[in-house]
Design a protein around this ligand. Structure first.
Ligand code: HEC
Length: 411
């Protein structure tokens, strides 16, 4: 019961996290588009900066933006900050539940480093702190004076950070680590820079003082970063279900390419919302970089020509038992602590994702997934916890092609 309960806790936290994320990103997308669509008009009050007209929910909205305090300020002023904080709190809870409590499964890769769970967790926490501190210093340094130079510097810095994570943690752990670091930076921008700045500006406006433009400039820089980081962070959050993206030799570089792709997509919409001509040129680098990500994920992957029929027959000759027996034997040793109806792996009540291997037909049923998890990537066994050898991965690849061959012959 206790473990099913834990499963439910994780599910509910995930549910909450997705909802909070939708609320945060939704409101932030909305305000960016609103801000960019503001137009001047002669009918506006003197202190007003611009207005927007919108239609939604069966009525018209007329929104007016003030950069100085209007004559009359209502008592209730709506702030937008809890969406961001709730997203971070639920995200941190989820990261702890899955990656820290399950560090052996999700964070550690014994083939890379023999870390103990506390050390792996410490590396992860330090990585997040280093990410934020270095980013914050860079923004405040002379580098921050030019958006372009700062972006190039940050892109290099994050590439280095994800490369370092990939040297120490499991592929999936390292991938998520970068998503969590970027997400933390976004929320820290709201908590430490944007909201405190806004509070000071509002206080100055209410006191009828001219607000210090410095707060606005700093907040705008961070808002801009948050705007451009949104899509890459979502890519990582859903990417942990795609070993083809996270568990290959260059996954750390793929993240950086996707940061550029995500930023270009945002740029396209920002320009449109500002009423400018759509920058259709972004399509070219978006397609090229996405293709490059795909190509990078193919490097080092055992693929069809690596497993030429010649090689397969060569490997086959090295296995005296027939393929079926071999693959069943490996599976029994290397997978069945977890992938059986009653797993013996501590803390597991059901086979993960409902995938179990009791009979040969169970393997055939999952032959594509097995190939993706075991041969095309090193996603399974998690962190290679049962020390699956390269030759054994080849056996799974061979198994996959044999199944495919049989299926093709039947057609
Ligand atoms: C220590 C436990 C453990 C071992 C050993 C293990 N797995 Fe898994 N397996 C998991 C977990 C946990 C998941 C779910 C991962 C997730 O949530 O994405 C999983 C998922 C899978 C999936 C389904 C993936 C999907 O997204 O649908 C396949 C297929 C799979 N494993 C194959 C294997 C094979 C083949 C072996 C042996 C070579 C193996 N696993 C060894 C824990 C294990």
């Amino acid at each position: 019961m206790g473990l099913s309960l834990l499963d439910w806790v994780e599910f509910m936290v995930r549910w909450f996290h997705v909802i909070a994320g939708i609320a945060w990103i939704g409101s932030s997308f909305y305000f960016i588009a609103l801000d960019l669509s503001l137009r001047k008009s002669s009918s506006l009050p003197d202190q007003a900066y611009g207005e927007a007209w919108q239609v939604h929910g069966g009525g018209f909205y007329n929104l007016v933006k003030y950069l100085v305090a209007p004559d009359r300020l209502p008592n209730h002023l709506t702030w937008f900050k809890w969406e961001a904080y709730a997203t971070w709190i639920s995200g941190a809870a989820l990261f702890i539940l899955i990656y820290y409590l399950g560090a052996e499964l999700y964070l550690i890769d014994y083939e890379k480093m023999e870390l103990t769970p506390p050390v792996a967790i410490l590396i992860s926490i330090l990585g997040i702190i280093v990410g934020w501190v270095a980013y914050d210093i860079a923004c405040k340094s002379p580098l921050g004076k030019s958006n372009f130079i700062l972006s190039i510097f940050l892109l290099f810095f994050f590439t280095l950070l994800s490369w370092a994570s990939y040297q120490m943690l499991s592929p999936r752990g390292a991938f998520m680590q970068i998503g969590v670091t970027l997400g933390t930076i976004m929320v820290a921008n709201v908590l430490m820079i944007i909201i405190p700045g806004q509070k000071k500006v509002v206080a100055q406006l209410i006191a009828k003082e001219t607000p210090n433009p410095d707060f606005g400039i700093k907040a705008k820089q961070r808002s801009l970063h948050n705007n451009y980081l949104t899509l890459p962070v979502i890519f990582v959050m859903i990417g942990n279900h795609y070993p083809t993206a996270y568990a290959t030799s260059f996954s750390w570089l793929i993240i950086s390419l996707i940061i550029i792709v995500g930023a270009l997509i945002r740029h396209f919409f920002n320009e449109r919302h500002a009423g400018k001509k759509s920058p259709t040129w972004v399509i070219v680098p978006i397609v090229l970089l996405t293709l490059m990500s795909f190509a990078l994920s193919e490097v080092d992957r055992p693929k069809e020509d690596t497993f030429s029929p010649k090689k397969i027959s060569m490997i086959e000759s090295e296995f005296p038992d027939d393929l079926k027996e071999t693959v069943m034997e490996i599976t029994a040793y290397k997978c069945s602590t977890c992938h059986v109806k009653n797993p013996s792996w501590e803390g597991m009540v059901k086979p993960p994702k409902g995938v179990y291997f009791h009979e040969f037909k169970d393997l055939v049923n999952n032959y594509r997934d097995i190939y993706k998890q075991v041969a095309a990537s090193h996603a399974m066994p998690p962190g290679n916890i049962t020390f699956l050898e390269e030759e054994e991965r080849l056996v799974y690849a061979k198994f996959y092609y044999k199944v495919q061959e049989i299926l093709e012959e039947r057609n």
